[in-house]
Design a protein around this ligand. Structure first.
Ligand code: NAP
Length: 340
């Protein structure tokens, strides 16, 4: 019998995440029948490719989803809020990269290595949410430790690449570096301050409690995905790196995990790669993590200031595992176990 093919709509096909999702579908040989590329009127008419064949970008409308089985959204929260219901009405299942639906009790928030079983709840609203990029890589690294002994508290500080803000931010860093090295002033439009040769302790806007929305996403999404009442506190920082988010993570656990045990658990965990040979100067870095799908974990050491604590350094490609790859992995499970 011929393998079933699935019709896909890529909403935000021209963006940083959208173009990577197209590449992931190609690389992973997802069984695609028809594929539709959707974006704003600005890019309608542009030609992109799928497996070498030209596909014209169309403007996203409420009628874009006829005959679509799976709609992959990465065009910002507003578009997801407005257009996911139309896609579901037309019979598609939505996998959404934005933050629009993540904390909706009727929408599963999924990282396949951690809570693939939650995909079953897609039937409630027809939508599956892809978590925030910083949250995804953190929970992939922490899940094997949490399965060994309950994680009670997480303190995380992030060092996030500009690609996490999308195409325009990648250009802003590139242009600023060029201007500054040529002795000219750097203009900023995407970020509130110059990002080249700088660090910004602000990602997204501030909440009333003084945390940024990005920080609160890490707190709330982690608890939802891990299905555990873990205390989490986060500081999220934008750094002048193009691809690859890094995280310094401190955990407090119920029982002790020795460094050796943590290394053994991480080395065996799905989606993780142990990169930790400090004697040889080997640890995860964005330049190595970018362009591949594993979450790299290293610098594992005991937190000597508390009874049961560990420190870790975790790096992943924010556009791949932090967004596109995770969404395509969800789609793979959806067609394997749920859609017929
Ligand atoms: P991006 O590079 O700025 O791309 C945005 C995409 O949305 C483009 O394809 C754009 O199309 C489309 N779009 C914008 N306004 C639209 C409209 N009115 N109607 C239809 N399409 C519209 O952004 P990105 O980084 O790919 O992020 C996309 C989404 O994924 C965001 O919700 C973001 O929060 C989320 N996300 C991003 C990351 C990351 O690491 N970058 C990680 C996780 C989640 P045009 O070409 O027509 O402008």
């Amino acid at each position: 019998m011929a393998k079933k093919l699935w019709n896909i709509a890529m909403v935000g096909a021209t963006g940083a995440v959208g173009t990577q999702m197209i590449e992931c579908l190609e690389e992973r040989e997802f069984p695609v029948g028809k594929i539709k590329y959707l974006a704003s009127s600005r890019s309608a008419g542009e030609i992109l490719e799928f497996h070498g064949k030209p596909i014209m970008v169309e403007e996203l409308t409420h009628d874009s989803f006829d005959g679509i089985d799976i709609a992959l959204f990465s065009a910002g929260g507003e578009r997801s809020r407005e257009f996911c219901p139309s896609a579901v009405k037309a019979g598609a299942v939505c996998i959404d990269n934005s933050s629009a639906w993540r904390m909706d009790a009727d929408v599963p928030l999924v990282v396949p290595e951690v809570n693939a079983h939650a995909i079953a709840d897609y039937t409630k609203k027809g939508i599956i949410a892809n978590p925030n990029c910083s949250t995804i890589q953190m929970v992939v690294a922490l899940k094997p430790l949490h399965d060994y002994t309950q994680i009670e508290r997480i303190v995380v500080s992030t060092y996030q690449a500009v690609s996490g803000t999308g195409r325009k931010a990648i250009d802003e860093l590139r242009v600023q570096v060029g201007e500054l090295l040529n002795g000219r002033p750097a203009n900023n439009e995407v970020y509130p301050y110059q990002i080249a040769f700088n660090c910004l302790p602000q990602i997204d806007s501030f909440c009333e409690n003084g945390y940024t929305k990005e920080e609160m996403k890490m707190v709330n999404e982690t608890r939802k995905i891990m299905e555990a009442d873990i205390r989490v506190t986060a500081t999220t920082v934008r750094v002048p790196v193009f691809y690859g988010h890094s995280e310094s993570i401190n955990i407090e656990t119920e029982k002790e995990i020795t460094v050796e045990k943590a290394m053994e658990l991480i080395a065996a965990a799905p989606g993780c790669e142990l990169v930790d040979e400090v004697g040889e100067g080997i640890y995860p870095m964005p330049i190595d993590a970018a362009g591949q799908d594993l979450v790299q974990v290293g610098r594992i050491r005991k937190d000597e200031s508390i009874a049961n604590g560990l420190n870790l350094w975790v790096v992943a490609d924010n556009i791949r595992k932090g967004a596109a790859t995770n969404a395509v992995q969800i789609a793979e499970i959806l067609i394997r176990d749920y859609l017929k």
